[in-house]
Design a protein around this ligand. Structure first.
Ligand code: ADP
Ligand code: MG
Length: 228
């Protein structure tokens, strides 16, 4: 599934003026491509994810996910698109303290109306995929930061998303654990042919991406293949 942003502009109210968070952004991300988005704090990286993930509507411009014009959908249509096609991974894994790794994944499946048995098979498969098959019954406090983040990745994959949106997945991790998470995201992106947008200010992981997009003041200022 291809993600296409065309001339996207997003502003927020700022006193009696408006703050421009995204300005004339054009971007196309193909299935099976991991794109790293970098840029200073406040440059619009999270805003880009919010617009791509149908969490926020742009003031102008269009966002297409394959043939669907996201900007033309109503709230219900956007909710459904998010549930069925998009996976999110946040800075912190945001796991529920009382649930095991397996149950974190099953909760998502339950909320989207999946039946228990296939959901459990899928959840175990995804935990295996992130090398946590042996820790399915651990709760968050029994897992390391990197393991928690990998549960977050597995959870995002539960609904077989075509688009994966990832915001600063390594910011709470040391270098080695961060690298494991990013390498995993890359491998999954290629295997499952997901279009993945990963915001990061950890420049040390850029070589793992297929392409790098640099942002500044709400604009894409450069796009290039990742350094070899
Ligand atoms: P980044 O993720 O690169 O740090 P953001 O996309 O979060 O940047 O922010 C871009 C700009 O929009 C910043 O100036 C930020 O202060 C502003 N901004 C972000 N979210 C909001 C919001 N909900 N309300 C008002 N301003 C916001
Ligand atoms: Mg941000």
């Amino acid at each position: 599934m291809t993600l296409t942003l065309t001339d996207v502009r997003l502003t927020y109210p700022d006193g009696d003026r408006r703050l421009v968070a995204l300005n004339a952004v054009n971007l196309r991300i193909a299935p099976g491509e991991l794109v790293a988005v970098t840029g200073p704090s406040g440059s619009g990286k999270s805003s880009l994810l919010a617009v791509a993930g149908a969490l926020t509507s742009p003031e102008s411009g269009t966002v297409r996910i394959e043939d669907t014009d996201v900007t033309a959908l109503d709230q219900k249509g956007r909710d459904r698109l998010r549930r069925e096609r998009i996976g999110f991974v946040f800075q912190q894994a945001n796991l529920l303290a009382s649930l095991t790794a397996l149950d974190q994944l099953l909760l998502v499946a339950h909320l989207s109306g999946a039946s228990r048995r296939p959901a459990e098979a899928r959840a175990r498969q995804m935990l295996d995929r992130v090398d946590l098959g042996g820790k399915a019954h651990k709760r968050p406090h029994q897992l390391s930061g990197g393991e928690r983040q990998r549960v977050g990745v597995a959870r995002a994959l539960m609904g077989r998303p075509a688009l994966l949106l990832v915001d600063e997945p390594t910011s709470a991790l040391d270098h080695d654990r961060g690298e494991v998470v990013v390498a995993l995201l890359r491998d999954i992106t290629h295997e499952q042919q997901v279009a993945t947008v990963m915001v990061t200010h950890d420049l040390q992981y850029l070589h793992l991406a297929d392409r790098t997009v640099a942002m500044q003041d709400g604009r894409v200022i450069a796009t290039q293949p990742a350094p070899a």
